[in-house]
Design a protein. Structure first.
Length: 302
């Protein structure tokens, strides 16, 4: 048995000192299925960098918050954490804005727009607030998307005056806020209010109101009768819409969900009721005023 161990040790030692004929590198003595491992150790600089990273990690564990506990975490020897740093930065920003924020709170929306200095501050603050809170739906340039209104044009579901814009921002649309806009469009087709032929007829008539020529439409008069019996109450006898109910103007070329026949049929069939959150509990009064002035100044405010 001792002879066998000696022979194995001798064979492994021979493999360690064996030089690969192709690469000229000595082997480690490890072999798998006839494949021998070359002895290529990592570069010294890489190893020292690796050890330095380990040392830095150990220092970081003790210097900064790192270890979770049962009901908290280690605070670190430096006593620093990102939450407190952000709170300090916000406090400094609020202190910097305090003078103008107080003026915004004391001034009416009309007075803000009449004061060049206040207007410039409100637009700058409103632009930042818009990017943080409104851009995910309305887009960075407020151009909107399918189902999200374009705030650059002069077409407003709930009104485009300063007061109306502020009210929409404060209370939202179809939100849980008590002052929010609550107009909903019924699902005329799904709920059986209109038959399928009536849905198609009124969709063709609505298309014709904005100058489109619906393909395959045979009787626009029938669609007009359906419209007068079911849609006039919200959209008005001339289909110009009603900001009090959030009913859009159907005679222009601006469409929130699309102007093709299939989309309009889907709208009449299933109804529409987009939701905008109320920002009164999320943004402070001066920020809401600044946001109102900024949106009004985008080009579509009335």
């Amino acid at each position: 048995m001792a002879d066998i161990h000696a022979q194995n040790a001798h064979a492994q030692d021979a493999h360690k000192h064996e030089v690969d004929a192709v690469t000229g590198v000595s082997t480690t003595g490890h072999e798998w299925d006839g494949i021998r491992e070359l002895n290529n150790p990592l570069p010294r600089w890489w190893l020292w960098l690796f050890y330095a990273c380990i040392a830095w990690a150990v220092v970081y564990w003790f210097a900064y918050p790192a270890w979770p506990l049962v009901s908290g975490y280690t605070s670190g020897l430096l006593g620093w954490n990102s939450r407190e740093a952000i709170q300090a930065d916000l406090a400094a920003l609020h202190a910097q804005r305090a003078a103008f924020a107080g003026k915004l709170d004391a001034a009416s929306l009309e007075e803000i727009e009449a004061n060049p200095e206040l207007l410039a501050f409100a637009r700058a603050q409103g632009r930042a607030a818009f990017g943080d809170n409104c851009a995910p739906c309305h887009g960075a340039g407020a151009g909107g998307a399918k189902g999200y209104p374009n705030l650059n044009d002069d077409d407003w579901l709930w009104g485009g005056t300063l007061e109306q814009i502020q009210n929409t921002i404060l209370h939202g649309a179809r939100s849980t806020d008590d002052g929010g806009h609550m107009g909903d469009m019924p699902a005329f087709g799904r709920d059986g209010i209109l038959t399928r032929p009536q849905v198609f007829a009124v969709a063709d008539y609505v298309l014709s109101l904005s100058g489109h020529t619906p393909e395959g439409a045979t009787d626009l008069e029938a669609g007009k009768q359906v419209f007068e019996a079911n849609c006039v109450a919200c959209h008005g006898p001339e289909a110009k819409g009603n900001p009090e109910l959030g009913a859009p103007n159907l005679t222009d070329a601006i469409w929130l969900y699309g102007s093709d026949r299939d989309t309009i049929v889907a709208t009449v069939t299933n109804g529409r009721g987009g939701i905008m959150p109320a920002w009164s509990g999320r943004l402070d009064p001066s920020t809401i005023k600044a946001l109102t002035v900024y949106v009004h100044a985008l080009g579509g405010g009335k």
